[in-house]
Write a protein that binds this ligand. Structure first.
Ligand code: SAH
Ligand code: SF4
Ligand code: F3S
Length: 470
């Protein structure tokens, strides 16, 4: 770790102590503990960031609530990848505003990707001035400082930075699950797909040093974590820009070697630089989960070029089928976008053709959403809504049909499941996750949570299985 990162960490730890002192006084005044709730939107990176925010809140002395209803402090960790993510937040803000009118002492914070986008930040400042704290992705690590200022009575703390100076990773974390954890291996993105706002709100790609990553994984394993998910917008370019760094496959191998780690996942792999070395590494390491998320976006070479994805339809199909062939028990999932500017019915046919050839185990299908500041947003050939809807339905049908067929292929097999939770709707049942990322429900008890157990997959019900202990 860089000296400046160590110093920044120490400074923030100091702010946590200051917050704890301020909170004690507030508790004495109120005669009860103060409560906080973190609401998370968006991807796994945000989920991981929220664990850090929650860790800081709890270290300062807040009682953490699942629900925002009774919280003294509500913090929204936001996403802006599509407009519906923004709309969701504005909906929540409407609700929380009416609560704050009744209880002016409550505090509201917004952080993450959304305020990092200038027009959204302006809108928040102008129309949501009841919000007490706003910060972005580059200064997330400074949350202890903002919290301490908030607790000493300051309001309207609105701080957005346009780049990151530090990688501060040693602050307290409150993990959602004791037995599995995400681990950031890199931040930001350099790919600039022409529709995507992520590089604009998360900044340039920066890898963490492998020694720091592996030390974190060792610490996690020592505290009972069995499964880690290595997180980055494009994990295949891990190590670029760092001197003497190891490749992503090598990082995977070293992660598998950490005592106590039994499963390793990663997210996300960009098809343009997925190496043979990675395929070989997955194949040769049983601990690496049999699941690959390989975002397609579009099956049309013309659209892919305009998206700046840097692969053709044929290159993608060759890669996907090579992986299917090398690792037959691997489940492949993808992201597909419909309605990119200029997309024709023939382009959508190409997307459907790829789905039919690759036969994804599951796919997330999105309608293209115009993002301010991205090159695709200013194109004049935006696709009319009715056509997009029609294409979306066509794509979704093929995705569902092929995924159903794929899901069936595990029927009758005995596979290891990591038990994640008690089943909320069936008494006496637990829910486990297979290496291929499918879910299985089977009879069990809460003592099994966190254990890996063999399960027979008895009955496929669409995207999940009903099973029994084998
Ligand atoms: N880094 C990952 C994607 C992160 S965003 C990758 O390149 O694979 C997750 C998904 O959101 C993307 O794969 C894409 O399908 C979708 N997405 C991104 N920008 C979008 C936009 N403007 N409109 C609709 N979907 C979008
Ligand atoms: Fe967005 Fe493309 Fe980067 Fe993924 S690789 S985060 S889609 S710019
Ligand atoms: Fe959303 Fe930010 Fe993730 S925009 S998808 S939360 S990186």
């Amino acid at each position: 770790m860089k000296q400046s990162d160590i110093l920044a960490t120490e400074k923030q730890l100091g702010y946590i102590s200051e917050s704890a002192n301020a909170l004690k006084i507030a508790e004495e005044n109120k005669g009860r503990k103060l409560t906080a709730s973190v609401v998370t939107f968006g991807c796994q990176m945000n989920a991981r960031d929220s664990e850090k925010l929650a860790g800081i809140l709890v270290s300062a002395g807040f009682e953490l609530l699942e629900d925002t209803e009774d919280a003294d402090f509500v913090l929204y960790n936001t996403c802006t990848v599509r407009d519906n993510a923004n709309q969701k937040l504005y909906g929540h803000l409407g609700e929380v505003h009416s609560r704050k009118k009744k209880n002016p002492e409550m505090m509201v914070g917004i952080c993450g990707c959304l305020p990092q986008e200038p027009s959204a930040f302006e809108r928040l400042k102008k129309s949501y001035s009841f919000v007490d704290l706003i910060f972005g992705t580059h200064n997330l690590y400074a949350f202890p400082e903002y919290l301490s200022r908030l607790l000493s009575g300051e309001r309207h703390i609105y701080e957005i930075m346009d780049h990151s100076d530090n990688i501060v990773e040693d602050l307290p974390v409150l993990r959602k699950y004791p037995f599995k954890s995400g681990v950031n291996i890199m931040f930001g993105c350099n790919n600039f797909c022409t529709y995507c706002i992520v590089p604009h709100v998360r900044g340039r790609e920066r890898s963490r040093e492998s020694a720091d990553i592996l030390a974190e994984i060792k610490k996690l394993a020592d505290s009972g974590v069995k499964e880690v998910m290595l997180l980055g917008q494009n994990v295949n370019s891990y190590g670029n820009g760092l001197a003497d760094e190891i490749s992503f496959p090598e990082l995977l191998k070293r992660t598998c070697d950490v005592p106590g780690i039994e499963r390793v996942r990663f997210m996300t792999s960009h098809p343009k630089d997925l190496s043979d070395e990675l395929i070989k590494t997955i194949k040769e390491n049983d601990k690496i989960c049999r699941h690959l998320h390989l975002p397609l976006q579009s099956g049309s070479t013309k659209v892919l070029k305009e998206m700046n994805r840097r692969y053709t339809k044929e290159q993608y199909i060759d890669l996907a089928l090579k992986i299917r062939n090398e690792i037959p028990d691997l489940a492949m999932t993808t992201d597909i976008m419909v309605g990119f500017p200029g997309e024709t019915a023939a382009d959508v046919d190409d997307t459907i053709d790829v789905i039919n050839k690759v036969k994804y185990d599951n796919a997330f299908t999105f309608i293209y959403s115009k993002r301010m500041g991205t090159p695709a947003a200013v194109r004049e050939d935006q696709v009319p809504e009715t056509l997009v809807k029609e294409s979306f339905d066509r794509v979704l049908k093929v995705v569902q049909d092929t995924a159903k067929e794929q899901s069936l292929r595990w029927q009758g097999q005995v596979l290891d499941a990591l038990v994640e939770e008690e089943n909320s709707s069936m008494d006496g049942y637990v829910t486990g996750r297979l290496s291929n990322n499918m879910i299985v429900h089977f009879e069990g008890c809460k003592e099994m949570i966190g254990n890996i157990v063999p399960v027979r997959l008895d009955e496929c019900r669409g995207f999940y299985y009903m099973g029994s202990r084998a």
